[in-house]
Ligand binder design. Structure first.
Ligand code: AMP
Length: 117
C-alpha cells in the first residue's frame, strides 16, 4: 500500500501541521481551512484510503478515533454544546484526501446535517 498520502506525511511529521494529538494508532491536527471555530481532522496512522477499504483489523484504530474525538471536544470546550463528526467517502461523499479522516467540527450551531433533495 502507498505510504504517500498528504495525511501520512503529516502523521510522519514530514510536512507541518497544527497537530493536537498523536498516539500509536491515530493523529489529530487542525484543518487548514476550518469550517467552524473548532475543525480538527482525526486520522488513523495507517493509510486506509476510504471507508470502503476498512478491514476488521482496523477496528481498534477506528474506535480510537471516537475516543480521541471525545477527548478533543472536551479539550476544546465544545462537548457540552455539542458538535458534529463527519467521514466522507469518495466522490459523492465529497472526499478530497484519500486517507480516511474524521472531521470534528463545532464551536457554533452547525445547522441541518445536509441539504435535502
Ligand atoms: P475531505 O473533503 O473529507 O476529504 O476533507 C479534506 C480536508 O482536508 C479538508 O477539510 C481540507 O481543508 C483539509 N486539508 C487539506 N490539506 C490539509 C493540510 N495540509 N492540513 C490540514 N488540513 C488539510
Amino acid at each position: 500500500m502507498s505510504d504517500d498520502t498528504l495525511f501520512a506525511k503529516i502523521v510522519r511529521k514530514e510536512i507541518p501541521s497544527d497537530m493536537v494529538y498523536q498516539d500509536d494508532l491515530v493523529t489529530a491536527f487542525r484543518d487548514i481551512s476550518p469550517a467552524a471555530p473548532t475543525h480538527i481532522l482525526i486520522v488513523p496512522n495507517k493509510i486506509i484510503p476510504t471507508v470502503d477499504d476498512v478491514e476488521a483489523e482496523d477496528e481498534l484504530a477506528l474506535g480510537r478515533m471516537f475516543t480521541v474525538a471525545k477527548k478533543l471536544a472536551r479539550d476544546e470546550g465544545i462537548a457540552a454544546d455539542g458538535y458534529r463528526l463527519i467521514v466522507n467517502c469518495r466522490d459523492h461523499g465529497g472526499q478530497e484526501v484519500y486517507h480516511i479522516h474524521m472531521h470534528l467540527v463545532g464551536g457554533r450551531p452547525l445547522g441541518p446535517m445536509m441539504r435535502r433533495g
